[in-house]
Design a protein around this ligand. Structure first.
Ligand code: PMP
Length: 359
């Protein structure tokens, strides 16, 4: 035997160099407005709470790893088959399965930037290469530049509509032209985390796109409009071979029994969810109109959030002001600030604060 060397375990280079995902700070106290994470400000749907309470009595047992009931319920909701559905611990969990399932080291994943912060983290963690394509002047996806960035190493393209954090959607016809233009062996993920908040007509008919282009994949979540962020459950709709592969890459039992039951109950309570979403849309319009009247230049957002582009000077002033007022928002250095649309009283606090800082 030789003497052990003294080196300590080390993270892979790709992990050591990862940017960290910085979540919005937790709210503490009744006077804090939690507008940093695009959560639903409503209490969970009563049917979801009841389903969780019922399932809690059996939590000594593992969940259904195949999530049959939930996958069948999602399939019925969308008019697809359960074989085309894969669920995971949040849509970010499903996305991790997608990227690790499709990318070898050195493969490329193209996405717009700025977009959802987890994209580059998941790509780098998989040893793949993130290819960031700057948003266009209207804060939307530059699909021509994204198509031009495709190489023979491209395996996955992420389209985020409406885009987090800018709120700008990608139209159906633009996604369709994009799908027609890119190679069919590239998986094009349409991340629709906020699609329920989009005005009718501004959202792509992603199911029609999926039926027409088998390399399209729809990614959705129960975290936003359905109000289950704390339970962690999301899903992908993809061709049966991909969906089956995603189920195989899943961490065993990664979607809890409570989350599965709550998600089924939430789909059953679709009308109640719709009414809540309609109220958020109305507040979003009210806020956008008032902010424009105050002199802010906004792109129309189709998410449950508003985006204010800000240089670092303005951003620093806004961050100070929001912090001082006990309003938690999400600041992105070099880009701007994202503010979740919530209840009218919190929204009014935001409007009053921004009025004092408008140009
Ligand atoms: N996609 C986008 C665009 C998001 O903004 C988020 C959450 N911030 C997610 C996916 C992931 O949501 P979850 O994992 O909670 O389903």
């Amino acid at each position: 035997l030789t003497a052990p060397d003294t080196a300590l375990p080390a993270l892979r280079g790709a992990v050591a160099g990862l940017p960290s995902y910085v979540p919005g700070r937790r709210s503490a106290g009744a006077d804090i407005a939690a507008l940093a994470s695009n959560e639903s400000h409503y209490d969970p749907l009563p049917a979801a709470v009841a389903a969780v309470a019922e399932a809690a009595g059996r939590m000594n047992r593992y969940p259904d790893m195949a999530a049959v009931e939930l996958r069948e319920r999602i399939a019925r909701h969308l008019g697809v088959t359960a074989a085309e559905v894969a669920v995971g611990p949040g849509s970010v969990g499903v996305l991790q399965q997608i990227i690790t399932g499709l990318c070898d080291a050195g493969d490329e994943v193209i996405f717009a930037w700025r977009s959802f912060e987890a994209y580059p983290i998941l790509v780098e963690l998989a040893g793949a290469r993130p290819v960031r394509i700057p948003l266009d002047d209207a804060e939307g996806h530059d699909l021509d530049a994204m198509a031009a960035a495709v190489t023979d190493r491209t395996k996955v393209i992420l389209l985020c509509t409406p885009n987090n954090p800018t709120g700008v959607p990608i139209s159906h016809s633009r996604i369709e032209a994009f799908l027609a233009a890119v190679r069919s062996d590239i998986l094009v993920v349409i991340d629709e985390a906020y699609v329920e908040y989009a005005e009718a007509g501004s959202d792509p008919d992603s199911l029609a796109l999926y039926r027409q282009y088998p390399n399209a994949c729809i990614l959705r979540t129960f975290s936003k409009a359905y109000g289950l962020a704390g339970l962690r459950v999301g899903y992908a709709v993809a061709g049966p071979a991909i969906a089956e592969g995603l189920r195989r890459t899943a961490l065993p039992f990664s979607v809890s029994a409570l989350a599965q039951k709550a998600a089924v109950a939430s789909l059953d309570a679709g009308e109640e969810m719709e009414a809540r979403v309609a109220a958020v849309r109305q507040e979003r319009s009210r806020m956008a109109a008032q902010l424009e009247a105050q002199g802010w230049k906004l792109q129309p957002s189709q998410g449950n959030f508003l985006w204010i582009r800000a240089d670092d000077d303005l951003l620093a002033r806004l961050v100070d002001a929001f912090n001082g007022a006990g309003i938690m928002v999400r600041a992105y250095q070099g880009d701007g600030v994202r503010i979740t649309v919530a209840d009218p009283a919190s929204n009014d606090r935001v409007l009053r604060l921004l009025e004092a800082h408008s140009a």
